[in-house]
Design a protein around this ligand. Structure first.
Ligand code: SAM
Length: 221
């Protein structure tokens, strides 16, 4: 039987790789990662541990990825893993959080390939530690989003992390200000370009996709 591991490589710095992720990558016969113009951040994180291994970058079309695209990617992965061997599909952060691997996993399992997921440190937890923003304290309700479509949702929570912030940062910040939430912008957490910004103008100037915004309800006096 063939086996595919979905591996979370954490926020970017190799020190945040788990021991299990390192062992599984070292033992894998082949490494897969999504193709971002010939590059991939998870591969950069893992590079010291996958030297000399066959690496296959999987293409996904720009914009909305369709069901057939995941099926095609799953076919390629199944074909590339040698019989009785294992492959490792690398994802940034954790594979179960807003990741391509979630969709691939379903197709791969249907094709008779065993799947195991190795968790990674997700971006927003690494960023919360770095910026010393508690995600939750006793009794809190926390919300994770990749887009804020409905500002009223903030009425129901105490803290929120919004990933993929390049989309509509200005309206996110305006909503935080209107709803009396403080906010922190975390860019490239754990990498050398890391920045933690709290000034609205500085945040709006930045256009890095590898960033998120954390918001917390201000306490009433
Ligand atoms: C497709 S999602 C992947 C999420 C990932 N699976 C995780 O667990 O964090 C991509 C988003 O993750 C966030 N992200 C990933 N790494 C980051 C980092 N080092 N610093 C800040 N944000 C990061 C950004 O919001 C980015 O737009």
């Amino acid at each position: 039987m063939k086996k595919l591991f979905g591996i979370g490589t954490g926020p970017g710095n190799k020190e945040y790789l788990t021991l299990k992720a390192v062992r599984v990558m070292e033992e894998a016969d082949i490494i897969f990662a999504p193709n971002n113009n010939g590059k991939n951040m998870a591969l950069d994180t893992a590079k010291d541990f996958i030297q000399g291994k066959r690496i296959v970058l999987i293409d996904f079309p720009m914009g909305k990825v369709k069901k057939e695209d995941y099926e095609n990617a799953a076919e390629i992965i199944k074909k590339e893993i040698p019989e009785g061997k294992s492959g490792a599909f690398l994802t940034i952060g954790d594979p179960m959080v807003y990741s391509t691997f979630i969709y691939l996993m379903e197709n791969i399992e249907e094709m008779g390939v065993e799947v195991e997921v190795v968790p990674g440190i997700t971006s927003f937890l690494a960023g919360a530690s770095k910026s010393k923003n508690p995600i939750t304290v006793k009794g809190d309700k926390f919300l994770l989003l990749d887009e804020m479509k409905d500002e009223e949702i903030l009425e129901k929570v105490d803290s929120v992390c919004i990933l993929k912030t390049t989309k509509n940062k200005e309206s996110i910040i305006d909503t935080f200000e209107k709803k009396n939430f403080s906010y922190t912008y975390v860019k490239r957490c754990s990498l050398k370009e890391e920045q933690i910004l709290m000034d609205k103008e500085d945040i709006l100037e930045d256009e890095d996709y590898i960033s998120f915004i954390f918001g917390r309800r201000e306490k009433d006096d």
